[in-house]
Design a protein around this ligand. Structure first.
Ligand SMILES: Cc1cc2nc3c(=O)[nH]c(=O)nc-3n(C[C@H](O)[C@H](O)[C@H](O)COP(=O)(O)OP(=O)(O)OC[C@H]3O[C@@H](n4cnc5c(N)ncnc54)[C@H](O)[C@@H]3O)c2cc1C
Length: 461
């Protein structure tokens, strides 16, 4: 990787393809192009690669994943990339009893994929089948062209649930599922996007479950490790601190202007999260449908809090460390995020959706106290004595501006999706997790999107 100060500030370099953004999409696009013998560079605004994955070695020696972390067995692109670059995985710890806290602060203890009894549980489980059947009707390559797309896109998940799920307990379970997986509220989520996302993952359970599903395994050294390895392989082709400010398309190429230099290329692949793409000036301006789809693709809100203990003490008490929080607390779900060798115990608490802003506005000690209260309620007094506490609020990350991914607002897919989602706009090709037909919003989807955008260019040669 090269840093900005090493590079000439005056003469624009000329390459075949300039890739903007060094998350998994951008790195995968560049890798596919370089593997095919194409001269490509990656411009990354931040001082690191990995984007929405960020693995940090804490003073305790534990590596925490502030961003994306899990991989599941059908995420074959990510697994394959990790294998190529020698990054092993290990299974997520989930042996023992999981916990649920309800609004009356009662705690329910259960094993396996879900409790046997609970308010609205049977209605919730029965309706998952309805959702999977609806998701099977979605056209993964053009969601806006699916049967009933316009009607589905007119409706929010909240209004759909009120209309079709009489049990309040079941609706509460779906609301927490939406917050957990989409990092937004059901009232903000289009039914069409909700179903598309389920279809892109394979099923509702694929998104929700641990063993054999999206939360199945983690990476030794963290989920940023494969990205760092790809970047090392690409070497000086990856330029850190090169923030794309302006993209100019001319008859014979593309110019990407940054504060430290300009790169000229035949074509560009843009892999920025939508709000970050919206901050770039395009000359000529993007076509209206593209501009509007970008505007209306709104990032979710999420923060991750890692709390480390000298041991995973809950395991000795028969607990898995997984907890679901149905009352109005700051965190909605907790997982055991200990290292594979259990040399320390780590709990990760997710704060998402509407819970983020009121929590993020608190002073740091109040934020910490709020999280610690819930951990003590769940895991007892031993949870009050951590050796490390660290949080990362993605909603305020200047490069990403939210997470896990963007959710097009209701109506956006049907009005602008066909033209605005991912088809190339002239010399500009579009990648990023949000543009994937598989595992949309996930690392695997980001890799798929980068490869697809690279292939669009290879097909022209
Ligand atoms: C808290 C959290 C938990 C998650 N959990 C999981 C999980 O467990 N499993 C999973 O598969 N996925 C998970 N995800 C989602 C996953 O991390 C993302 O979908 C994926 O990493 C996105 O990759 P990308 O390349 O599309 O975009 P990004 O990673 O966002 O990359 C875009 C890059 O563009 C750069 N950039 C922005 N503006 C500019 C500019 N003007 N010029 C140049 N560069 C710019 C950014 O700095 C960034 O590096 C999670 C995400 C978060 C944040």
């Amino acid at each position: 990787m090269s840093h900005s100060e090493n590079v000439s500030e005056t003469s624009p370099d000329r390459v075949d393809v300039v890739v903007v953004g060094a998350g998994y999409a951008g790195l995968s696009a560049a890798l596919a192009l370089v593997d095919a013998g194409v001269n490509a560079v990656v411009l990354e605004g931040a001082d690191r690669v990995g984007g929405r994955t960020l693995s940090e070695v804490r003073p305790t020696g534990v590596t925490v994943d502030h961003g994306g972390q899990w991989v599941g067995p059908t995420q074959t692109r990510l697994l394959g990339l990790a294998e190529r670059f020698g990054v092993p995985t290990f299974p997520t710890y989930w042996a023992g009893d999981h916990l649920e806290i309800w609004a009356d602060s009662s705690i329910n203890r259960y094993r396996g994929t879900g409790p046997d009894e609970g308010d609205g549980l049977h209605e919730y489980e029965a309706h998952i089948e309805v959702l999977d059947a609806l998701a099977a009707t979605i056209d993964l390559h053009d969601p806006s062209g699916s049967p009933d797309a316009a009607a589905l896109d007119d409706e929010t998940v909240a209004s759909y649930l009120v209309r079709t799920v009489p049990s309040e307990g079941a609706r509460r379970r779906f609301a927490l599922a939406v917050e957990g997986v989409w990092a937004c509220e059901p009232a903000h989520l289009s039914m069409l996007h909700f179903l598309f996302y389920i279809a892109a993952a394979g099923s509702f359970d694929e998104l929700m479950e641990t063993d054999g599903c999206a939360q199945d395994s983690r990476f030794v050294g963290g989920a940023q490790a494969p990205a760092l390895a790809v970047a090392a392989h690409l070497g000086d082709r990856v330029r850190l601190g090169w923030r794309a400010d302006r993209v100019v398309v001319t008859d014979d190429g593309v110019l990407v202007e940054t504060p430290v230099g300009t790169v000229r290329a035949d074509r560009a692949i843009l892999t920025l999260p939508p709000q970050a793409a919206g901050a770039v000036r395009f000359d000529p301006p993007l076509p209206p449908a593209k501009a509007r789809f970008v505007d209306r693709s709104v990032m979710g809100d999420v923060a991750k809090v890692h709390v480390t203990y000298s041991t995973p003490f809950w395991r000795g008490e028969g607990l898995s460390g997984q907890a679901t929080v149905y009352d109005e607390r700051e965190t909605g779900v907790v997982f055991d995020n200990s290292p594979d060798d259990a040399s320390r115990g780590v709990l990760v608490a997710f704060v998402y959706g509407r819970r983020v802003d009121p929590w993020a506005r608190l002073e740091a000690d109040e934020r910490r106290a709020a999280i610690m209260t819930t951990l003590v309620d769940l895991f007892g007094e031993r949870a009050a004595d951590p050796v490390d506490y660290v949080e990362k609020i993605w909603s305020t990350d200047p490069w990403i501006r939210g997470a896990y991914a963007a959710n097009p607002t209701p109506g956006a897919w049907s009005a602008y999706g066909e033209q605005g989602w991912r088809i190339p706009t002239g010399r500009l090709h579009w990648a990023g997790s949000e543009t994937s037909s598989v595992w949309n919003g996930y690392i695997d989807g980001a890799i798929a999107s980068g490869r697809r955008a690279a292939q669009e260019i290879l097909d022209l040669r």
